[in-house]
Design a protein around this ligand. Structure first.
Ligand SMILES: *[C@@H]1O[C@H](CO)[C@@H](O)[C@H](O)[C@H]1NC(C)=O
Ligand SMILES: *[C@@H]1O[C@H](CO)[C@@H](O)[C@H](O)[C@H]1NC(C)=O
Ligand SMILES: *[C@@H]1O[C@H](CO)[C@@H](O)[C@H](O)[C@H]1NC(C)=O
Length: 839
């Protein structure tokens, strides 16, 4: 129902090759959706037909596994299993962060040269977080390509609203490594809002809160929806829905993972208490973690749950029982954290619960009774939206958002305004002091550019940084250095400028990344005589200026001579060269990304080769079995009857050779060798198989040809007869020459067939026939074409009276001899099903 509704909104699509992949990458689960014409818009299914994929990549020996397959071997290979990677994207390596990671995963980590997380496999290879996440993205891409039947490039990925510039950059890097091109990142609460808005209209603005209790965090997004109908002629009655994010709040601890962790600790204590033994080592801990996740799910619907793990530690079985009460007591301190995000979102938007129409719950942990009851208590039970299934709406909303950005799709008109989660300022030295200029305040609109003017006459640099952001990293984002300032100042001064001002345009993008878009030096204070030329060129002078439109650097300088060709004018604005250095948690360099991409592609290629090799080996193996069976059969099988002793001996000899080779070399043999062996067997078997096939098809082809001959005969007899009656009103339809031509073909074919039938009369079955079925078919078609050409010809127009007689005679069948009736009769006969396309 939901899908069809959405589909109708998406109906118009221009490009048949447009594919868009949306990924909702969670700490625990990944969901994806492919938007492509001809493919029903829905959540992408995993190989085992599930609607979500565990966010795990792991190895079993040298076999790489994803999703449930990776999760299934996790307890056996805990150190080769990588999960809960999302919180580590763009995160600085620190003892505390590493300790947090080791609470949820037993993989070995270390610090990279960039100060980020690196993971170590048991085979000694090291992988950075972006690469491991890139593998997961790549796997989803593969699923989408298998469904869509063509390569997928464009993608939209959801991120939590609290993700920093660094974390967003790491997501973008991971996508690039996976071979995907990001159209945009969208905050996950916002994408739920997009999906919500798709099937609704808001003539009266409404405010809703999206409450997402995920595995890694809890977040609340406050969104105001309003719809307006265009009054302009062009888009008359076209409705546009504005989605404004006005507040957000989050908690990075109280998610589902923390609940699992608390339960695991509870079980650990319980085990120690019952047995006097404290468990240690990765494997039992992994087992306990798995049981904790299971028990948590049971406690969502029951007041207690049994616990049972065979030989958990030192061969001791663990059997116990946990009540929901015990579990909730172990989480008591988390309760305020469940609802604080809602209060924070309201505060940021300067609204109260009275202004909120409903609270939409989403995320796996939102089904936990403990979380539901505290949320109910804070927002009021009536406010929880009942009929909104939000679990998949984030990924669907992300796809719809991507479609709204791409000219290749047409969706309902939506405009999304997100916000800035952390305040960003620009800092630069001025004499002894450092000046901090606020740029993007917390809660202000994202997707804007700001221009800042600085009085500078020498090379300088500025620092963009978060101010008081609760991040686990340092706060510097980007340092930008400008060069060639003195020369530019000189040029402008030579051109008459009294003063110069550096104008920097900084963008906080809709995807939540900060960048310097352009920089220019502007001349100011020109003499009066310059005033005319200057008019309207720029509106510099304001300290800060919000400007949503990009103006290319130097554009004014280029245009000036065109506007005033009579006087050569000096430029009034010169672009400034600048270089950027990413700070805190720098993204991967271009070179590094290229290497990582190649690394992943090499893995993919090796796996594909391995897969193909295995398939080929299996095929060869079953082919060998099949041949052995038919050769060893005692019965008079078709195979035996239609083959000669010599052919079977030859095949047997090849078979023995290949079988011997299989035992010795097939395990490691290359694909081409396996194919060669199969080809050798096929070549030896082919003469027999084609003889069997000929024999099977012979009767049908013979009968077809014989029917064609009969039809030709009947036609010729009729046609020759009609020529002898010389009725002046009915001149003959066919010339003698035409009929003789058909006759020649007919007799030739009859003769040829006659000889062939004689020659093949007492032929042994293991001898090839002297003619092939394809020859019968092509001769039959030749004859049929010659006849059809003549029977298709219409009798010339006759007077009305006559045609009536002729019509009635042909329908009743009481025809005069010969004439059209006879020809029509043959016409049916000559419709023999000769399958010319098979030739
Ligand atoms: C680690 O987790 C604790 C509690 O779960 C949290 O308070 C802390 O901020 C986390 N530290 C890092 C560096 O992620
Ligand atoms: C929010 O609710 C308060 C109290 O009901 C009301 O006065 C105010 O106008 C509302 N604000 C908005 C933006 O609707
Ligand atoms: C300054 O002017 C000179 C001479 O016209 C030119 O070569 C140079 O590129 C200009 N420098 C800048 C920074 O615009």
């Amino acid at each position: 129902m939901r899908t069809t509704l959405l589909l109708s909104l998406l109906a118009l699509v221009f490009h048949s090759s447009a594919s868009l992949l949306a990924i909702d990458y969670g700490a625990e689960w990944t969901k994806a959706a492919l938007m492509k014409p001809g493919v029903p818009f829905d959540v992408l299914l995993t190989r085992d037909s599930k609607r979500k994929l565990q966010s795990v990549v792991g190895w079993k020996g040298d076999e790489r596994l994803f999703g449930s397959e990776a999760a299934a071997v996790q307890t056996r290979f805990p150190t080769d299993s990588f999960q809960f990677l999302k919180p580590l994207l763009g995160t600085e390596y620190s003892q505390a962060a590493a300790a947090n990671q080791s609470a949820v995963s037993l993989a070995r980590t270390s610090e990279s040269e960039r100060g980020t997380f690196v993971f170590h496999r048991s085979d000694g290879t090291a992988w950075n977080v972006e690469e491991l996440v890139g593998m997961q993205f790549g796997y989803v891409k593969e699923l989408a390509e298998a469904l869509g039947g063509e390569p997928v490039r464009d993608s939209v990925v959801t991120v939590p609203a609290y993700f920093s510039h660094f974390q967003r950059q790491a997501v973008l890097d991971s996508l690039e490594i996976a071979g995907l091109r990001p159209l945009a990142l969208i905050n996950d609460g916002t994408s739920v809002a997009v999906n919500f808005a798709m099937t609704r209209s808001f003539p009266i603005p409404e405010t809703h809160i999206i409450y997402d209790a995920g595995a890694g965090s809890i977040r609340a997004t406050l969104v105001t929806f309003s719809s307006s109908v265009s009054k302009s002629k062009k888009d008359k009655d076209k409705e546009t829905t504005l989605i404004e994010v006005k507040g957000m709040g989050y908690d990075l601890v109280a998610g589902g993972m923390e609940l699992d962790f608390r339960l695991r600790e509870l079980l650990e204590e319980d085990f120690a208490h019952k047995t006097g033994v404290r468990i240690q080592g990765p494997r039992p801990v992994a087992k306990l973690a798995k049981e904790a996740a299971r028990v948590k799910a049971i406690l969502s619907a029951n007041i207690d749950s049994s616990v049972h793990i065979e030989s958990l530690y030192e061969d001791i079985d663990y059997r116990s029982k946990v009540t929901r009460e015990q579990f909730e007591a172990a989480c008591a301190d988390l309760k305020p954290r469940f609802t604080q995000p809602v209060l924070d979102a309201l505060a940021m938007a300067r609204l109260t619960m009275d202004n909120v129409t409903s609270v939409i719950l989403t995320g796996g942990a939102s089904r936990t009774p403990m979380i539901q009851s505290v949320v109910n208590a804070v927002v009021g039970k009536g406010k929880i939206a009942q009929n909104v299934n939000a679990d998949e709406s984030s990924v669907l909303g992300a796809a719809l958002y991507g479609a709204s950005l791409s000219p290749l799709f047409r969706t309902k008109d939506i405009k999304v305004q997100d916000l800035v989660p952390y305040p960003i300022q620009m800092s630069y030295p001025a004499g002894q002091r450092t000046i901090h200029t606020p740029l993007f305040p917390r809660g202000s609109r994202a997707g804007l550019k700001k221009t800042v003017s600085l009085k500078r006459a020498e090379d300088f640099s500025v620092l963009f940084e978060y101010k008081d952001a609760p991040l686990h990293t340092r706060e510097e984002i980007l340092e930008v250095s400008f060069s060639g300032v003195e020369e530019a100042v000189r040029n402008l001064t030579d051109g008459g400028a009294k003063e110069t001002v550096a104008k920097l345009t900084v963008q906080y993008s809709d995807s939540g990344l900060l960048s310097l878009r352009e920089a220019a030096l502007i001349g100011e204070g020109y003499e009066q005589s310059f005033a005319g030329a200057l008019k309207g060129l720029f509106g510099a002078g304001k300290q800060e200026d919000v400007d949503q439109e990009a103006d290319r650097p130097g554009a004014e300088g280029e245009q000036a001579p065109l506007e005033a060709p009579e006087m050569k004018q000096d430029p009034k604005e010169l672009p400034l060269a600048f270089s950027e250095v990413a700070r805190s948690v720098p993204g991967l360099t271009k070179e590094r990304k290229r290497k990582s991409r190649q690394r992943l592609m090499a893995l993919d290629a090796a796996e594909q080769t391995k897969r193909r090799r295995e398939e080929e080996r299996n095929q060869l193996e079953s082919y060998i079995y099949k041949l052995r069976d038919v050769l060893l059969s005692d019965a008079e099988t078709v195979f035996i009857v239609y083959s000669s002793e010599a052919e079977r001996a030859a095949l047997r000899s090849v078979l023995e050779e290949v079988t011997g080779w299989m035992h010795e070399a097939a395990e490691t043999a290359e694909l081409v060798l396996l194919r060669e062996k199969r080809a050798a067997l096929e070549a030896a078997e082919q003469p027999i198989q084609s003889r069997v096939k000929e024999a099977q098809e012979w009767p049908q082809h013979l009968s077809d040809l014989q029917r064609a001959l009969t039809a030709g005969r009947i036609f010729l007899t009729g046609a020759f007869e009609s020529r002898t009656s010389d009725d002046p009103e009915n001149p003959p339809l066919h010339s003698d020459e035409e009929l003789e031509n058909v006759k020649t073909i007919l007799e030739d074919t009859e003769h040829w067939l006659q000889e062939a039938l004689v020659a093949n009369k007492n032929r042994a079955k293991h001898i090839d026939a002297t003619i092939k079925t394809w020859e019968m078919r092509s001769r039959g078609i030749l004859l049929q074409d010659a006849v059809t050409k003549l029977t298709r010809r219409k009798a010339p127009k006759k007077p009305k009276k006559m045609s009536t007689t002729s019509e009635s005679s042909s329908t009743t069948g009481a025809a005069e001899p010969g004439k059209t009736a006879g020809v029509e009769g043959q016409n049916d006969e000559s419709q023999i099903p000769l399958h010319r396309q098979e030739l």
